[in-house]
Design a protein around this ligand. Structure first.
Ligand code: DX5
Ligand code: ZN
Length: 217
């Protein structure tokens, strides 16, 4: 059950990669709703992280939904592999797909029984996503430039939600990612976000349970 109607999705980018099972158990026991998995290819973003085999392994150690954030070029080539590996939500980037192929990519993701998400980078105008709001399960509004954890929250990015929320169907999940802590989470929730990704704030906290509660509060 999602408490307080806010979905908290800790990003394992800030976890200890040598002990991922333990790190996931830790946030699961502390009340996390989803596990956010940041996939980077060194092309769409200047960093390289993890991919399909890791998602497959994580699937065996947690019951929580795996929220896979694809920061990669040509996401259409890989969505089936991520779905087969056990992803529950697959979010691709608007900027990584030709506009005429977006609708069919959303349909393909959904055809695997997976939630379809689309993300926009800080410089992308919110207008661009309007044609897709009724098809998507999740819209991810990046509040930092994708690529690295631990960056500073950009409030003007979160403000896009103020514009998008009234145009969105009731059941669209609006997620934010980047620089989220107890203070910035409040701002995002006021604008209408109902899913919060947090890496550093959760994993660097001395009291993870409290950190997750504060995000929901
Ligand atoms: C950044 C990733 C984020 C990252 C967030 O490109 O998409 O999910 O882990 O990290 P924090 O919460 O530390 O900003
Ligand atoms: Zn992310």
């Amino acid at each position: 059950m999602i408490k307080n109607n806010v979905i908290v999705s800790p990003s394992i980018l800030s976890a200890d990669f040598a002990n991922l099972e333990k790190e996931i158990c830790k946030v699961e026991q502390a009340g996390a709703d989803w596990i956010h998995v940041d996939v980077m290819d060194g092309h769409f973003v200047p960093n390289i992280t993890i991919g399909i085999p890791v998602v497959k392994s994580l699937r065996k150690v947690t019951q929580l939904p795996l929220d896979v954030h694809l920061m990669i070029e040509n996401p259409e080539k890989y969505v089936k592999d991520f779905a087969d590996a056990g992803a529950d939500i697959i979010t691709f980037h608007y900027e990584a797909v030709d506009i005429e192929n977006i609708k069919s990519l959303i349909d393909v993701i959904k055809s695997f029984g997976v939630k379809a998400g689309m993300s926009i980078k800080p410089k992308t105008h919110p207008d661009k996503v309007l044609p897709f709001l009724n098809d998507l399960d999740l819209l991810l509004v990046m509040t930092v430039e994708p690529g690295f954890g631990g960056q500073k929250f950009m409030e003007d990015c979160a403000e896009k939600i103020k514009f998008l929320k009234p145009c969105s169907p009731e059941n669209l999940i609006i997620q934010v990612d980047g620089g989220i802590n107890d203070t910035t989470a409040k701002i995002c929730k006021e604008y209408g976000a109902n899913s919060l990704v947090a890496g550093n704030y959760i994993y660097k906290s001395d009291d993870i349970k409290k950190a997750i509660e504060l995000l929901r509060a």
